[in-house]
Design a binder for this molecule. Structure first.
Ligand code: SF4
Length: 68
């Protein structure tokens, strides 16, 4: 681990696990939210990131949305 971004991911990203990424993402269905005025928070596992080394230096949407 060498960069500030990786250090920040290590300290603040809930997906960080021993240098690898758990790959969990969270989202809501915005159309459902608009129709019902509420929406469940959904979780999914991104198989491209799960159990692989953290890719924050190459660009990570999760990191940019929730941590940066
Ligand atoms: S790849 Fe992204 S989501 Fe996964 S541990 Fe790194 S910063 Fe977190």
């Amino acid at each position: 681990m060498s960069t500030k971004l990786k250090r920040k991911a290590q300290l603040q990203c809930p997906n960080w696990y021993l240098g690898n990424c758990i790959g969990c993402d969270i989202y809501i269905d915005k159309k459902y939210l608009k129709r019902n005025n509420w929406a469940p928070v959904l979780l999914s596992i991104d198989s491209k990131k799960s159990d692989k080394p953290c890719i924050v230096e190459k660009g990570c949407d999760y990191f940019n949305k929730f941590i940066k």
